[in-house]
Design a protein around this ligand. Sequence first.
Ligand code: SAM
Length: 269
Amino acid sequence: MATSDPHTALERVDYDRVQHAAYAKARALPAASIRHYMETFARHLPARRPLTVVDLGSGTGRFTPALADAFGGPVWGVEPAAAMRQAAEADATHPRVTYLAGEAAAIPLPDASVDVVLMFLSFHHVPDQAAGAAEIFRVVQPGGRVILRSTFRERIPDHWWRGFFPRSHAVEEAMFFSEAEARALFEAAGFSTVEVVHDEVPFEGDIEDAVARLKLRAVSTFEHMTDQELDEGFARIDAALAEGAIEEKSTYGDFIVFERPMETQKTTR
Ligand SMILES: C[S@@+](CC[C@H](N)C(=O)[O-])C[C@H]1O[C@@H](n2cnc3c(N)ncnc32)[C@H](O)[C@@H]1O
């Protein structure tokens, strides 16, 4: 690993090396949060069912089975890290889900074969984002949509844990593109922007459990911070938890909806 990311000058996070063993447990979402995302995404996708979906950068399959339940499928979970894919194949199975090796710039599916591509916190990891956007354009059929769920540089969420790791805000500013940059990339590939959605996701679940899961350190922001910074942050969290002083905050679930325009009919004479 240790290849430099041209967009952020931060080291790339290699999920075959880090996080894969803990990711599913550490980043598990309560059923209510998964439902929130599926219902929110559905408002921006065609109403017909079934929809063929690619979960691009599907990781351990946190959303992949839920996408099949919500939209019918088939759903393709495309993921470059073998260890993440193996975790998904073990614990996130569904009769209409298939996990495939691939990545944004090399999607192993035919041209114009899918209705929807979801990228959930994965596009900032793509080394060649222009090539990724062009490849996504290739597989989405005309009229099909892309949901780019990401943090955007100008709207870094104020997670419940943010204040305990003061440098994490600046790290995320370096990790993530702005909304305008994301739009420019996808529009250059041929997509039109349908909507920029600023969504708020309520805190669900139990704060003690959230602390225990955060301690598994499966957050890519933490890969760009020192062990000392992290140890100090977790010590502050332990103290605040003991005092009952951690504020349960909602977070952002922002995304941009893109559409591959319908092909204009060529006129013949
Ligand atoms: C933060 S995880 C998100 C996983 C999943 N979407 C979720 O929300 O749980 C980021 C994922 O992006 C994947 N990834 C890295 N480079 C990628 C690329 N070039 N194309 C697609 N996914 C990539 C990583 O291997 C990792 O599984």
